[in-house]
Ligand binder design. Structure first.
Ligand code: SF4
Length: 89
């Protein structure tokens, strides 16, 4: 399964929550109205704004859709080699 790193830039996040609507297994609003990054709905090592996770191709596509929905492009996605997949450079 592909391994990706998902990062929310807390300074860019304005709490629009569209990422949570599209990918609730990966994003969850916190008390500061910013989006935490989850691993398949769980938080194995606590709350964090960035996380490595193994995903299916469908899950990866959905997480990219969630990132695309973010009005401030606050979600960054990297592949296993560290290359930024989204937003495209
Ligand atoms: S869609 Fe963007 S701005 Fe909205 S909660 Fe998610 S990361 Fe934050």
């Amino acid at each position: 399964m592909p391994k990706i790193r998902v990062v929310v830039d807390e300074d860019l996040c304005i709490g629009a929550a569209s990422c949570v609507t599209i990918a609730p297994e990966t994003f969850q609003m916190n008390e500061e109205n910013k989006a935490w990054v989850l691993d398949h709905g769980t938080e194995p090592d606590g709350h964090t704004y960035e996380r490595w996770m193994e995903v299916t191709d469908d899950e990866k596509e959905n997480i990219i859709l969630a990132a695309q929905s973010c009005p401030t492009l606050a979600v960054f996605i990297f592949d296993e080699g560290g290359t930024q997949i989204f937003p495209e450079m």
